[in-house]
Design a protein around this ligand. Structure first.
Ligand SMILES: [Zn+2]
Length: 355
C-alpha cells in the first residue's frame, strides 16, 4: 500500500519532555518516522509526498483558539524573553486551567506567554519548539493525503506521520500530540462516504482525543483497545469501559481495557471484537490509529504483544474488506518500530486479499 510522507516532521523536535517536574530525554523523536520509512522502503513500498490541504479541511475538529495558540506559541514564548530568562528553550506550562478553578466562567486566555500554555495543554510532557506547529500541521496533510488515496480507489494507505495525534482533543492538547491526525482523516472520509466510518485504535494507550471529538457523533464509531487506565496508565482520566458515547452518539464509542502484562491472546480478542462491532454497524471505511507501543519491550507501555500479534491484528482488520487508512500513532522502541509497522501493514494487505 502507498506510504504517505512529509519531510516536515523533522521540524518538530520536542526537545524531551517534563515528567514529574524533571526534564527527561523523551521518546517521541524524529528518528521514529525515519526508521519506519526506511523499513518500508527496503521492503519495496511506494512513497507518496503529502499534498497540502486547506485549513478548513485539516483543522475543522479543533477550536480556533487552540489552532491560533499552537500556530504562534513558540514565537510568543521567544518574544516574551523566556528563552533567555529563565532560559527555557521549549514552551512548558506552569499553571493549568482546572475546571474547579473557574467554575462556569468562560476560560480566559492568559495575557502572559508563560501562563498561556496551561490554557491549552493538560500535561507537561508535550513541549513546543521552533518547528512544532509546522510539523504538526504537516502531519494532518499526511493523514488527509492517505485518506484521499483511499477515496481515489486505493484499498489501503498508510500515513507515516509524526507528531502523533490521538491524545489531542477539540480544545486542548497533550500526550505528545498537538492536532488530531486520525480525527482529520475520519472526518474527511465521513464527509465523502454515505455511512459510518469506524476508527479502531490499537495504540497501547486510550485515544482520548479522538473519543472526545466524536463522542456525540453517531457516524464515526470510535473503538479502542488499550492498557487499563484504572491500573495506573496514561491518559489516567479517560479510557474506561463505561464511556460509550453521548447524545446521538450513544453506543458509538467502545473502550476495551487490558491488564498490564497482557499479550497476544487477549489483545487480539479485543481487536477482533472491535472489528466485529465495526462490521455490525456497517462501517463504510476504516481508520486505524496504528500505535505499535503495545509491543513487548516498548518503553512506554506494559503490554506484551508480539510481532506475530501485530501481523494477526492487521489480518483481522484487513479482513473487514473496508477502504482502510492506517495512521501512525505511538511506538517508541526504535529498533522494533519499523518491523512492527511493516508486519501490521502486510497483515492488512493479506486480510484484504482473503476478504
Ligand atoms: Zn501510545
Amino acid at each position: 500500500m502507498p506510504v504517505v510522507w512529509s519531510d516536515r516532521h523533522r521540524l518538530h523536535e520536542p526537545g524531551g519532555e517534563v515528567w514529574v517536574g524533571v526534564r527527561t530525554p523523551g521518546t517521541e523523536v524524529p528518528e521514529r518516522a525515519e526508521r519506519i520509512r526506511a523499513e518500508l522502503v527496503a521492503a519495496g513500498a511506494r512513497v507518496v509526498d503529502a499534498a497540502p490541504h486547506r485549513d478548513e479541511t485539516a483543522l475543522g475538529n479543533h477550536d480556533d483558539a487552540l489552532v491560533a495558540y499552537l500556530a504562534s506559541a513558540w514565537e510568543e514564548w521567544q518574544a516574551a524573553g523566556l528563552t533567555r530568562d529563565p532560559g527555557q528553550d521549549r514552551v512548558v506550562p506552569y499553571v493549568f486551567l482546572h475546571p474547579g478553578l473557574i467554575s462556569d466562567r468562560a476560560a480566559a486566555i492568559p495575557a502572559a506567554a508563560s501562563a498561556r500554555a496551561g490554557r491549552f495543554t493538560y500535561d507537561t510532557m508535550t513541549l513546543i519548539g521552533p518547528g512544532t506547529w509546522q510539523g504538526a500541521r504537516a502531519a494532518l496533510d499526511v493523514a488527509l493525503t492517505a485518506a484521499d488515496l483511499v477515496l481515489g480507489g486505493e484499498r489501503a494507505a498508510y500515513a507515516c506521520c509524526r507528531p502523533p495525534g490521538h491524545h489531542a482533543a477539540r480544545d486542548c492538547f497533550g500526550g505528545s500530540c498537538y492536532l488530531n491526525n486520525v480525527a482529520a482523516a475520519a472526518s474527511h472520509l465521513r464527509r465523502a462516504l454515505d455511512g459510518p466510518v469506524a476508527v479502531i485504535d490499537i495504540d497501547a494507550h486510550h485515544g482520548n482525543g479522538t473519543q472526545a471529538i466524536f463522542y456525540e457523533d453517531p457516524l464515526v464509531l470510535v473503538g479502542s483497545v488499550h492498557v487499563d487506565p484504572a491500573a495506573g496508565w496514561f491518559p489516567h482520566f479517560l479510557g474506561f469501559p463505561g464511556e460509550a458515547g453521548a447524545g446521538a452518539g450513544t453506543g458509538a464509542n467502545r473502550n476495551l481495557t487490558l491488564a498490564p502484562g497482557s499479550g497476544d491472546e487477549s489483545w487480539l480478542a479485543a481487536v477482533a471484537e472491535l472489528a466485529s462491532w465495526a462490521a455490525e454497524r456497517e462501517a463504510r471505511a476504516l481508520v486505524v490509529p496504528l500505535g505499535v507501543d503495545a509491543a513487548a519491550g516498548d518503553p512506554e507501555s506494559p503490554l506484551r504483544v508480539s510481532a506475530a500479534g501485530f501481523h494477526a491484528a492487521g489480518r483481522a482488520l484487513g479482513a473487514l474488506g473496508l477502504p482502510t487508512v492506517a495512521i501512525q500513532e505511538g511506538g517508541y522502541d526504535l529498533v522494533a518500530i519499523g518491523p512492527l509497522v511493516r508486519e501490521t501493514l502486510v497483515g492488512i494487505e493479506e486480510g484484504m486479499r482473503g476478504s
